[in-house]
Unconditional design. Sequence first.
Length: 231
Amino acid sequence: MPKMIYLVEDDENMREFMRYVLQSAGFTVACFEHGEDFLLHAKKRIPNLILLDIILPGLNGLDLIKMIRSSERLKNIPVIFVTARDTEMDIVQGLDLGADDYITKPFATLELVARIKAALRRSGNIIIDSKLHYKDLDIDTQSHEVFKCTKKIDLTLKEYQLLLCFLENKGRIMTREQLLQWLWNNDHDGKSRTIDMHVKTLRQKIGDTFRNQTYISTIRGIGYKLENEWS
């Protein structure tokens, strides 16, 4: 069963973006604009992990984590702050109040997912398989190594992240804008040709064919899709 994440974030655009990222990574997500709504739902169902902004209307994130850590039902649930407050004092305060991690905005989407998985792993809520397999590719997510038919392939960081993005969204069409958002969180002024270039070099390095079938299909005028395992 997918792990349930509660996200408390008052900015609608950020909330929906994070919902998309987390759902794409295989999590179930419930989003809340107000801390009060989050507390009401937490009484009905305990999540596996909580993501908190600090600056919120009504109860802020610091108020909420104090209440979480004093609650018998919620005190052992991993909590990660995801916030624009990025001073050393803010980070120390958040961690001292009991946060398991502290992520500042803007953040890299792959890093967000990795930190969530790490927090779940530390809490005993999830077992992460560091070995991924796709057709004739083997990926070790701990060492960041990729092999094709046991032969190691040297990928740049962005090529590796792009491959992981495709694997996490296998069978889904990914627009160029979604891929730019995924890899750079909009902290990049490039155009769609940036993604096209990275897809081209990734294809060249992994060979991009298996039994005469293409790994990554171009969806004309939209983006790309990694084909399902047995397409």
